[in-house]
Design a protein around this ligand. Structure first.
Ligand code: C5P
Length: 218
């Protein structure tokens, strides 16, 4: 556990993926997008017809997934699933199956394996609380629900996908509520986490703040 870890946890569309990628690049560290593991499990389940309530079947699927991560790309066996993982139906399924303890346990060791020299930046919901409790620095990223819905809306529009802002806000609040209230690894800041509300911050300013905390910790 001499390998340094910086965790970034937070709710849907808080910008933690972008922040984690930028911070990892600045430090020259490995990157773990833990949500991608839940999303890949969800995608595989949807395609294999595994029932969303079949905890044991989902856990077996999660444990055996032939996943490979490259910068900006995720491969499931010989297939690039990067775009499929961003689908709304995949995100919704990921949110459902992530409530199962057996699924979380199956993905746990796979997440620990990302901790390699020179260091790791890990983003998700429980990186600082459950997976890497000994992390060097824990950041809990938030933004108002309205800000997050607005960002998601702009993202979809820029991809040419029409979306309704009010519906997005509702979906996002429902997913947050589920992530916060589940009994296994609920979304909440670690006791020793630094809180960062980026509602009014540029990405550059958020990155600078995290790097400043990092410099103080090391
Ligand atoms: O972060 P992302 O939106 O890609 O995560 C997809 C879903 O996976 C989330 O809705 C959440 O329920 C789940 N998740 C989780 N624990 C993590 C990362 C993601 O439960 N560490």
């Amino acid at each position: 556990a001499d390998i340094p870890v910086l965790t970034i946890d937070g709710p849907t569309a808080s910008g933690k993926g972008t922040l984690a990628a930028e911070v990892a690049r600045a430090l020259g560290y490995h990157l773990l997008d833990s949500g991608a593991l839940y999303r890949a499990t969800a995608l595989a389940a949807l395609e294999a017809g595994v029932d969303a309530d079949d905890e044991a079947g989902l856990a077996a699927l999660a444990a055996g997934l032939p996943l490979r991560f490259e910068p900006d790309h995720v491969w499931l066996a010989a297939r690039d699933v990067s775009d499929d993982l961003r689908r709304e139906d995949v995100g919704a399924m990921a949110s459902r199956i992530s409530a199962f303890p057996a699924v979380r346990e199956a993905l746990r060791q796979r997440q620990l394996d990302f901790r390699r020299l020179p260091g790791l930046v890990a983003d998700g919901r429980d990186m600082g609380t459950v997976i890497f409790p000994d992390a060097t620095l824990k950041v809990f990223l938030t933004a108002s629900a309205e800000t997050r819905a607005d960002r998601r809306h702009k993202q979809l529009i820029s991809k040419g996908i029409s979306a309704n802002l009010a519906t997005l806000l509702q979906d996002l609040q429902a997913r947050d509520a589920r992530d916060r209230s589940r009994s296994t690894a609920p979304l909440k800041p670690a006791e020793d986490a630094q809180l960062l509300d980026n509602s009014a911050l540029t990405i550059e300013a958020s990155v600078a703040q995290v790097l400043e905390w990092w410099a103080q910790r090391r």
